[in-house]
Design a protein around this ligand. Structure first.
Ligand code: AKB
Length: 323
């Protein structure tokens, strides 16, 4: 049986995707790669390879070391941190994708997954129910790299027959690890403050409506897209993907229904301009039509799961440090 390689396995999505692939194919059938060692012990039940994804020789060596059915290339610098280091973000996001696409062109892997993002959209995009074919005018380097990456994916598919598939993820909320350097990160950070009994200071204003998704839905979407017959995958740039929309004030209100003492204040910073350039909601009919996508988790369930899981995590780590 051929294996599944996750590049960027130590990140927020990487951890969850590795666990889902391990459950589906077995730990020995998954190989995890990253420039840093993943801190989640469950991830390390699969073999770990240290990899700088910008190094083509190193990547080719990893692919030549095993027979891979699929690679999930998740390594990237996200929107907010990318604005602090624009050239480094461009180099990482583009070089690593091109390396993966080159390896696929050489026949070293059968199928490629690469994430795009709502960051491809910008001020010219409609604010609500953004259609699949919408103006792409990103204001961030991260968004520019995603638009360029989508073009490269389509190019490698059209020119070389590379079976590359992609999703435009909204903000992702999970409880196994923290996101790093994104504009939607507030929606995870807020839960840590809530379970610690701390007041949360949001770096986005109360009314910043953004598309969001529970990370388990995003992982399921990824696996379903990768399992779809190639003929069903009509979009070779990247599929719009949606679940829910909320603002910081709405999320805080949902948390307060369960944690009445929870308090929030607002101190918008440079990330506000990024959020303002993104749409509030996405039309994902193409994904629903082509490979049967549907989201499962809405805001109420999301808040219940996130509060319970983060509470448990904090209790476990407090018990560990008391030992
Ligand atoms: C970010 O905020 O940069 C990411 C994204 C929407 O791609 N979460």
């Amino acid at each position: 049986m051929k294996k599944h390689l996750v590049i960027g396995a130590a990140g927020q999505l990487g951890v969850e995707l590795v666990l889902a692939l391990q459950a589906k194919y077995g730990t020995d059938q998954v190989v995890v790669a990253d420039i840093r060692t993943p801190s989640d012990p469950a991830v390390l039940n699969s073999p770990f390879v240290h990899l700088d994804a910008t190094d083509l020789d190193a990547m080719q060596a990893v692919f030549q070391g095993g027979a891979y059915a699929a690679v999930y290339h998740l390594a990237a610098m996200l929107s907010a941190v990318g604005e602090k280091r624009p050239l480094a973000a461009w180099d990482l996001n583009m070089a690593s994708l091109l390396n993966v696409l080159e390896c696929a062109r050489e026949g070293l892997v059968e199928r490629v997954f690469w994430p795009s993002s709502i960051a491809v959209f910008g001020p010219a995009t409609p604010k609500h129910d953004v259609p699949q074919e919408a103006p792409l005018d990103p204001t961030t380097v991260y968004g520019i790299s995603k638009v360029a990456g989508e073009g490269w994916c389509r190019y490698y598919h059209a020119q070389y027959g590379v079976d590359v598939r992609s999703l435009r993820y909204p903000g992702l909320l999970g409880h196994r690890s923290l996101p790093g350097g994104g504009t939607t990160d507030y929606a995870v950070d807020i839960f840590l403050s809530a379970v610690r009994g701390e007041r949360y200071t949001s770096f986005l204003g109360p009314d910043s409506a953004l598309p969001m998704m529970f990370i388990e839905d995003a992982v399921r979407a990824t696996l379903e897209l990768m399992d779809a017959e190639a003929e069903a995958v009509h979009i070779r740039t990247s599929y719009n993907l949606a679940a829910m929309t909320f603002t910081p004030a709405e999320l805080a209100a949902a948390i307060r229904e369960r944690v009445p003492s929870f308090e929030i204040e607002y101190a918008p910073d440079s990330r506000q301009a990024i959020a303002d350039s993104w749409p509030a909601s996405i039309d994902d009919q193409a994904a629903r039509r082509d490979w049967g996508w549907h989201h499962a988790v809405n805001i109420g369930e999301l808040v219940d799961v996130m509060l319970e899981a983060w509470e448990q995590r904090l209790a476990t780590s407090a018990a560990r440090s008391a030992q």
